[in-house]
Design a binder for this molecule. Structure first.
Ligand code: XMP
Length: 518
């Protein structure tokens, strides 16, 4: 019998919370497929989704305000269990005849949730009768809708959790999706499995099997082209498509000369040699350097690199005959953000090159096997497909590569110095078990010369800056507080091993106001 990994699904209705994607990811960690739709989506989409339960997210609005988003009637008409979180709970109270009021007694951060009924969904999660949970609210529910009982309370929210067990409707003022909430993950699991009755079919093996079937159905015996960059998403697409359609996949790897040390060789080794994928390597360092000659503004360099990449890619593609499909590593956050941007309701709007930014004259059908997956799921899939974990769990690397890490004009000699310095930094991070503790780390080439003295020799040479940050979403970031001894070791190695560097500095700027790249 054919397995359907989407059959038992939960719908996460998004009221604009920064945690909405986190709710979806937590649910999926319990083997249940979850889908996010904006709260003002066409109600037909909600009924087509046919979820086994609905989770209403938090949000920045006030449920007491006239303009606050309301729960669409279709959510109640579906007659499936509902869980409202934070704003979602308040919107439930408002919709069902309870009362929500603004309060000066706000709760942000940790709060103790007293479990009022151990026979409720909150039972069995702690021995003490209370749970340390994460709160973030000003408004609070002050009167229960009919049929509900209080199942949890906190110092400033006497109704911090409510339930109408006969109708399977629940409300939590706290955020079970954040890891700081004790028992939060178990609560979401209980809701998904015990209350909504979902199975556990959303597993890496099942996702791979389903994707393979779907790709084979979509492309038949057609040829598929993929731009392989060595980054996580395109690498996982390559491994997945190769498993699905073997030699019908052709990858083009544009080596622009702005990659990290040995990166081109590693991509070829992993894919062409080890996996037997058809990879065309376009060695175009000269072409990129020529195109970049004289350009020093970072945005201008980005544009030149992007444009040259498309030119090269199209030239390589035109040499192939009968390619009907173009594969892309679009992932779920890109899809959600584009949908949010299209409806104009997203609080943060980001255009993404993977969605809707293709040249108009490309007449190929898109193959996007990762469209439903979050980044962490893509990584797990990559490892399950046999890619090296060191490749799958690598820090992000910008498309324009070293082009934006060499300040001023990009020259071959600068790229070579930077590659070596960056390699030393990364090698030491790995050796000291620090690589996975920072979110992104790299070296930057500064075209200013400074004086140094090595042995009896005076050295007048460029400066290397080291950058390492800690971040969850890359929208804000803190500079990583790496140990001084570690930075000292990296600095010594770079100056001793690369004679064209006179000085190493460490970047102590956070984002904002600085950005991660220079
Ligand atoms: P910023 O510098 O904006 O970086 O704080 C945030 C994240 O985005 C990456 N980044 C880029 N990625 N093309 C890319 O593909 C770019 O032009 C680009 N600029 C920044 C950066 O590495 C960090 O992860």
């Amino acid at each position: 019998m054919k397995m359907d990994i989407h059959a038992d699904r939960l719908l996460i209705l998004d009221f604009g919370s920064q945690y909405t994607q986190l709710i979806a990811r937590r649910v999926r960690e319990h083997g249940v497929y979850s889908e996010i739709l904006p709260c003002d989506v066409d109600p037909k989409r909600i009924s087509q989704c046919a979820p086994k339960g609905v989770i209403l997210s938090g949000g920045p609005e006030s449920a007491t305000s006239e303009t606050g988003w309301k729960i669409p009637q279709i959510v109640f008409d579906l007659d499936v269990p509902i869980l409202g979180i934070c704003y979602g709970m308040q919107a439930l109270a408002e919709s069902l005849g309870g009362r929500v009021e603004s309060s000066d007694l706000r709760e942000f951060g940790h709060a103790d949730l007293l479990v009022e009924h151990t026979d409720s969904i909150l039972g069995g999660l702690s021995d003490t009768g209370s749970l340390s949970v994460w709160m973030s609210h000003g408004d609070r529910v002050t009167s229960l809708p009919k049929g509900f009982r209080v199942i949890g309370s906190s110092a400033h929210a006497p109704i911090a959790a409510m339930a109408d067990e006969s109708r399977h409707i629940y409300g939590f003022q706290f955020h079970p999706e954040v890891t700081h909430s004790e028992g939060g993950s178990e609560l979401l699991a209980k809701f998904a499995h015990s209350i909504c009755g979902c199975g556990r079919s959303w597993t890496p093996e099942n996702i791979i099997e389903t994707a393979i079937t779907e790709v084979r159905r979509q492309v038949g015996d057609g040829q598929v082209l993929l731009g392989l960059s060595g980054g996580v998403d395109s690498s996982v697409v390559a491994a997945l498509l190769h498993k699905a359609i073997g030699d019908q996949l052709v990858c083009v790897f544009v080596d622009n000369g702005l990659l990290r040390l040995n990166e081109g060789a590693q991509v070829m080794e992993t894919f062409a040699q080890n996996l037997g994928v058809r990879v065309i390597r376009a060695n175009t360092e000269e072409r990129f350097l020529t195109a970049l000659k004289g350009a020093s503004d970072p945005e201008q360099k980005r544009k030149i690199i992007g444009r040259t990449f498309i030119e090269v890619f199209e030239e390589e593609a035109s040499k192939l005959s009968d390619v009907g499909f173009l594969a892309q590593g679009t992932i779920y956050p890109d899809v959600i953000e584009s949908a949010g941007a299209a409806s104009g309701k997203a609080h943060v709007i980001k255009s993404h090159h993977n969605v809707g930014g293709l040249p108009d004259d490309m007449r190929m059908e898109l193959v996007e096997p990762l469209r439903e997956l979050f980044k962490d799921e893509v990584r797990i899939l990559g490892v399950t497909l046999g890619l090296p974990p060191s490749m799958v769990y690598r820090h992000p690397f910008p498309g324009p590569g070293l082009g934006v890490r060499i300040l001023g004009e990009v020259k071959k000699e600068s790229a070579e110095i930077l590659r070596r310095a960056d390699h030393i930094f990364i090698e030491e991070l790995r050796a000291h078990d620090l690589y996975d503790k920072v979110s992104q780390a790299f070296a930057v080439f500064l075209p200013v010369h400074s004086v140094g003295v090595v042995g009896d020799q005076r050295r007048y040479a460029p400066v290397i800056a080291l950058r390492a940050v800690e971040t969850i979403d890359f929208m804000t970031a803190r500079w990583a507080h790496l140990p001084y001894e570690f930075i000292e070791r990296v600095s010594n190695r770079i100056i001793n091993e690369i004679e064209d560097v006179s000085r190493v500095v460490y970047d102590v700027s956070s984002k904002p106001p600085a950005t991660i790249e220079w």
